[in-house]
Design a protein around this ligand. Structure first.
Ligand SMILES: CC(=O)SCCNC(=O)CCNC(=O)[C@H](O)C(C)(C)COP(=O)(O)OP(=O)(O)OC[C@H]1O[C@@H](n2cnc3c(N)ncnc32)[C@H](O)[C@@H]1OP(=O)(O)O
Length: 414
């Protein structure tokens, strides 16, 4: 029985995708979603492990791939990033090191492509730290009690026109808003062609008791300033109607448009709550209501980041305050990153190069990933013993510089 790690060929996609789906429980994807996934798979970046002895005449027993995304980093630049995804190993082949061999292969490939960063969302967060990925952004889930909380309001909301539209037909309008928001928040991904269709997939089998997907546009003077995509799950309890508005997306270019959209969502008849699966942790909604406790907040880590080339990654972002620090980086999985790096930068730009100067902070590449987008501070990592200060004063200065005024956020998985 011979196994071989090799690239995916286009004609093999169906068997490869079936192997991937099986590892996640084997539920078939709805046809439209499967076709879209096929279209979005970058075959040249997808691979797996083939076993001659699997399924009689051979078959895939492990899969992995990545997407060529552009990630917004602090300062607003779009940096090439490998969006790692589609990772699976069949139960017959688990815990023999196949994942480890795929991660090694993939990171070498990403490096060869010249992408300084890799990023992923994890099915189980405990898996990826050993490969140098650190949690870098959180998402906030909310279940808002719209019976007890007044609807958000701001001067000017009455001037916003709200228009219900067909979600698929309004994609271009929504994407224009989205594209303007991407550079303003670290962690967001520039939308590649085809990805804009994912938020409007609406297979009846996946609605889980909710109705059709709806879209509302917020317009001022004929210009689309925001949108929300949502579905209503009807409900009734002893006190009467208790439906839930399930929000998939809510985005706006200004505070008034945002407040108008939330006011609309709060006010949908026969509902008593609004559930949102992901918002940034610094979301404005928290300040549009008088009582955050009734927002049913839950935090999760979302995006994991891994510097693949430490020097290029650290030089690709800017720093909130001037910083000049020597980092001693450990990275047993990608040893080309190991050693001392001098990072010098400010709000205008940065450089990062190897140095023989004495180290001032010591950390692994995983902590660098966690701090990279400004979502977790170097000081908080130091408090957990994960960053060591070797020169007094170096920690606070670097920690402040790495911060971001806007919390990083990944609006959607991949
Ligand atoms: C980015 C994404 O696509 S996330 C999706 C990941 N895929 C899934 O969750 C699908 C279901 N799970 C699987 O397919 C597999 O169990 C995988 C991919 C998670 C693991 O594959 P394996 O080939 O068994 O992993 P491998 O044997 O290479 O293990 C490498 C290390 O990871 C550890 N590990 C593997 N799975 C897990 C887990 N679920 N939780 C914690 N640690 C894990 C192993 O113990 C091993 O640890 P070590 O460094 O101490 O030796």
């Amino acid at each position: 029985m011979a196994t071989e790690l090799r690239d995916l060929r286009d004609v093999e996609w169906d068997g490869w995708a079936d192997t991937l789906d099986l590892a996640f429980g084997g539920l078939p994807l709805p046809p439209e979603e499967r076709a879209l996934r096929r279209e979005l798979t970058e075959t040249g970046r997808s691979f797996g492990v083939w076993d001659d002895g699997a399924r009689d005449d051979g078959g895939w027993v492990a899969t992995a791939g990545s997407f060529s995304f552009g990630l917004t980093v602090p300062g607003g630049a779009e940096v090439p990033v490998a969006g790692v995804s589609m990772v699976s190993v069949q139960p017959t082949h688990r815990r023999r090191g196949l994942l480890r061999s795929m991660m090694r292969h993939q990171l070498a490939d990403v490096r060869e492509r010249g992408e300084p960063l890799a990023a992923l969302t994890a099915s189980e967060p405990a898996i990826y730290g050993r490969f140098g990925y650190g949690p870098a952004a959180q998402d906030m889930q909310l279940t808002v009690d719209t019976v007890r909380l007044p609807a958000p309001g701001l001067p000017g909301v009455d001037g916003v026109r709200l228009r219900l539209v067909d979600p698929a037909a309004a994609v271009a309008d929504c994407e224009r808003v989205y594209a303007r928001l991407v550079p303003a928040r670290p962690g967001m991904l520039a939308r590649r062609p085809g990805w804009e269709r994912i938020p409007v997939l609406d297979d009846p089998g996946k609605r889980d008791g909710a109705g059709v997907l709806q879209c509302v546009l917020a317009e001022v003077d004929g210009e689309v300033r925001g949108y929300a995509r949502f579905a209503v799950k009807p409900g009734r309890d002893h006190a009467g109607p208790s439906g839930t508005v399930r929000v998939r997306d809510v985005e706006a270019l200004d505070p008034v448009g945002y407040a108008a959209l939330w006011r609309f969502l709060f006010g949908i008849d026969l509902t008593s709550s609004v559930a949102v699966s992901t918002r940034p942790v610094d979301d404005a909604l928290l300040h549009l209501v008088p009582d955050m406790r009734r927002c049913g907040i839950r935090l999760d880590e979302s995006l994991f980041v891994r510097p693949v080339e430490v020097g290029a990654a650290l030089a690709a972002r800017t720093y909130r305050t001037p910083v000049d620090v020597v980092l001693e980086v450990t990275d047993p999985f990608c040893p080309w990153n190991e050693g001392r790096w001098r990072l010098s930068g400010d709000a205008a730009g940065a450089s990062c190069a190897r140095t023989a100067d004495p180290a001032e902070l010591a950390l692994s590449v995983r902590e660098l990933g966690s701090a990279y987008l400004g979502g977790f501070s170097l000081s908080s990592l130091a408090a957990a013993g994960r960053v060591r200060e070797l020169r007094p004063g170096a920690l606070v200065a670097a920690s402040v510089a790495f911060g971001s005024d806007v919390a990083p956020w990944l609006p959607h998985g991949f």
